[in-house]
Design a protein around this ligand. Sequence first.
Ligand SMILES: [Zn+2]
Length: 480
Amino acid sequence: MSMGWMRMRAFAVAGLACAVAAGCAVNPVTGRRELALVSEAQEIQLGQQSAQEVAQQIGLVDDAALQQYVDGVGQRLARASERPNLPWRFQVVDDPTPNAFALPGGFIFVTRGMMDLMDSEAELAAVLGHEIGHVTARHSVSQISRGQLAQLGLGIGSIFFPEAAQTFGGLAQTGVQLLFLRYGRDAERQSDELGFRYALSEGYEVREMDDVFASLLRTGEAAGRSELPSWLSTHPAEPERIAAARARADTVTRAPLQTGRDAYLARIDGLTYGDDPRQGFFRDGVFLHPELRFRIDFPQGWRTQNLPQAVNALAPQQDAALQLTLAQGANADDAARRFFSQQGIRPGQGGRQNVNGNPAVVAYFQAQGQQGVITGTAAFIEHGGRTYQVLAYAPAQRFAQYEPAFRRVIFSFGDVADPSVLNVRPNRVDVVRTTRQMTLAEFNRQNPSVIPLAELAILNQVEGENAVLPAGSWKRVVAQ
Ligand SMILES: [Zn+2]
């Protein structure tokens, strides 16, 4: 795999005019010949591998009807594109942050948070069309870098300290955001144009694109400028770009165009909104998992991160880390054997333990990190038919200082019986029709949401609580 990415990088550097006959290809969008060190087959293979990692790392929304719907919209747009024969795939990833991104070869992802925020099929088509444009114009092939690839491996087997610290380098930059390829301004403009063309060719109301930008802008403003949704911050919504989108839309004389609002809202009715606590959540420094029915305490003040395949925590001074994962192996002994048989791991003292009634193996280990020797405690704990692995580690010279905290974490692992944890439910979007003309505030009194009014206004793409909603309009409520 790494060889493939090396070639990609070479392509990025050399993606200029094509001077040599060998290794040239016609750009499907511009029709110009350019250097193509990556063949289409390689591009597809790279995209496929990365897409699998995305599905594993972030997870897909478990809703077959919704996935089918999004894929259907995407497929129709892709068929109208310059590369109709790529193995196009459109999927919704289970991430609450509004975002969308394209991988080489036609693997497009839109987040659950983005689905929550949009309110028509035309908006979805605008977003998917834009991402398709990055693939058809080969931006995603030429821009992907080795560093971005390295970050795809986040959370998996990152047992060495410096790598773990890097993982936390910017906590805001985790998950989907890492995967978002940053393209140049010209590439964004080109994708806007291409997306517009694809959406229009399928008869979508192209004026809806503005609403996506507006919603993302409001979300960003509400969160503070530092937390602009990345689809927006990596897709700078400069006034010029929005104006260009409007100008393009104004030239359209074709009518009628479809918004597909009812179809879209019917699909997102009931969709999870915000974080999904069923997948584990933190409460006062305790990690609680309602499905797997366990709890484990993390040290106060540590930065934590709940990923589908790992729960990570980093000390405030960034010199110690903890990682909880499912272990490989039939039981604690087997899991420990596998762990200690890895190259580069030196087992230390340890043995069987009882962790709150759960059979476990707890032992020291040492490993060579990039910046010196790492000392750690590894625990393998059986619980509910599974074995969990807790790795707690620090540079060798700091280990003694952290060891008591590490032991407290490991020996806090136990059952959870609290019904408020076991029965926790995610918030969800409910689509409700207004019975008469009313303000958003009135609507909220009639159909109470569990989120603040300001957030509800953003979700419903209206200015604020005094915005007037026409009778018979579909609006979204966030319920428990
Ligand atoms: Zn883009």
